[in-house]
Design a protein around this ligand. Structure first.
Ligand SMILES: CC(C)=CCC/C(C)=C/CC/C(C)=C/CC/C(C)=C/COP(=O)(O)OP(=O)(O)O
Ligand SMILES: O=P(O)(O)OC[C@@H](O)CO
Ligand SMILES: [Mg+2]
Length: 246
């Protein structure tokens, strides 16, 4: 059976992919399944499940099952901490917030979670999670030292360190609902330095922003707030299409 990591990697070899982020705390599992089906029809490649607060093993597992059942898309748990694990997801971003000021978010949360992740048998996809300004709530909760838009070399350094650690993917995160997404110049500099896939998210809610991130070199584009708020299927499709270049 093909793993989620293999599935994503194969797709990213062919072009930029789109990941929709759903927060299990924001709707019931039926609704989450229905949104995932709409995202599948719009062209999304997989569904990330997470929220910086309010996620429990229960709402996570219910949401994961409903998404699989109603959309057929693979799920990736995007964890907000070590206390919200479920076996009812296809994979987990086993992530370190590498520019946190607090060792908890860099390695201690992971050390606490690892034995349980292993026991549940969840597929892990290791992820270097790098917070770019403004960072929003995730930056605050994770006690990040957000990288400024002008600090391109710093972003490159963190991303390369993640690759040298052997991580699978790097994620440049501007924060959910950011007024300014990660700047294209930073995406292209990081992409140029890396040989592992680059995920970009935070504040992307227009076809223009998605297109700019793709052209700069993002291998995967994440949209959360936009997916939660947009009830117009043709708008959804236009952002997914701009992400994927079609
Ligand atoms: C690897 C394991 C099991 C735990 C570590 C988890 C780490 C390092 C988390 C970093 C800090 C953190 C709080 C990340 C949250 C990431 C996330 C789920 C973001 C999505 O939530 P948002 O949509 O930004 O926030 P709201 O819930 O407020 O909408
Ligand atoms: O909600 P948005 O702004 O799309 O951000 C998505 C994601 O990068 C947040 O973790
Ligand atoms: Mg959110």
């Amino acid at each position: 059976m093909v793993t989620v990591k293999e599935y994503l990697t194969e797709r990213m070899k062919k072009g930029t992919i789109h990941l929709a982020l759903l927060d299990p705390d924001k709707q019931d599992s039926r609704e989450a399944g229905a949104i995932a089906k709409r995202m599948k029809d719009a062209g999304s490649d997989a569904i990330m499940i997470g929220g910086s607060t309010g996620v429990t093993s229960k709402n996570l597992g219910e949401t994961g099952r409903a998404i699989n059942k109603m959309s057929g898309l693979p799920t990736i748990h995007f964890p907000g901490g070590p206390g919200e694990l479920s076996k009812d997801v296809d994979s987990i971003f086993f992530m370190s917030m590498v520019n946190s000021r607090n060792p908890f978010w860099i390695i201690r949360a992971q050390a606490g979670a690892a034995p349980f992740v292993k026991k549940l048998g969840i597929e892990t996809i290791s992820l270097g999670y790098i917070i770019i300004e403004p960072g929003m709530k995730v930056g605050e909760v994770g006690e990040a030292d957000p990288i400024k838009h002008s600090e391109i070399d710093k972003a490159v350094g963190y991303a390369l360190a993640c690759e040298m650690y052997g991580m699978d993917f790097v994620y440049l995160e501007a924060g959910s609902g950011a007024d300014r997404p990660v700047p294209p110049e930073m995406i292209s500099a990081v992409k140029k330095a890396l040989s592992i896939p680059l995920i970009v998210g935070g504040g992307i809610r227009t076809p223009e922003a998605a297109r700019a991130a793709r052209l700069a070199g993002a291998d995967a584009i994440v949209t959360g707030t936009f997916v939660e708020r947009c009830s117009d299927d043709s708008m959804l499709k236009s952002v997914v299409n701009a992400s994927k270049g079609r």
